[in-house]
Design a protein around this ligand. Sequence first.
Ligand code: ZN
Length: 258
Amino acid sequence: MNLTKLAKYALAGWLPGGRRQCIMCGHRVWRFMPYMSCSLGGPGLMHVIDMIGSNPDQFECPRCGAHDRERHLLMYLEKTGLLAGFGGKSVLHFAPEKRLSRRIAATEPTRYVLADLYPGAPQVQRVDMLQMQFESQSFDVVIANHVLEHVDDDLKALGEIYRVLKPDGYAILQTPYSAKLHRTWQDSGIDDDAARLQAYGQSDHVRLFGQDIFARFASSGLLSCVRHHDDVLADVDAATCGINPKEPLFLFQRPGDP
Ligand SMILES: [Zn+2]
């Protein structure tokens, strides 16, 4: 971190009297730090189509580094009671966020697998979401927070998630999407970083999900139990917590045995 950035984080995070609060570390801060700009001049496509997902303007806690989507998911998990319910369950967590995974581990799941296609830490196991090494019906919970927009074949991944879930098990699949786009869109011709950045808003995203995202996810056989911020967190001031209230809880469940 360079000195200018360090000074910005210090002022935002350590100056007393901050009016924002990080749900992850509990500290009061003056602001959440913005996501690195990927502006290409003028308002980008992601703004124009009102992408619902991470809030790039209130992205990172200057104290603990938690991202807004991680903070929002923690709030959803706590308020719905899902987090407390992880105790005694088997949980598969893709691209596990360091702080959130500590909170999940504290609930004492019987099995907690941290998974990533490119593991960056020894405790994280290499797992390809398109071809998982796990037996069918082996997990009670699968978590993938902002992962499916990076996966080449999301429908195949959803099929794998369905397969490894036990009956009545559930998946938490936070994914950015635009309610303005009628259909999910991707094109295999968009095959390099510069093109993906322009088309999808990030160089490592491979599609734009549209308003059909819920039906698309449900086409895998998972039942939609999606919850909205105002239904679950109506008492939460989104600006204070630095979260995007438009982002729903993408909760899906594998149906139980008939
Ligand atoms: Zn924090």
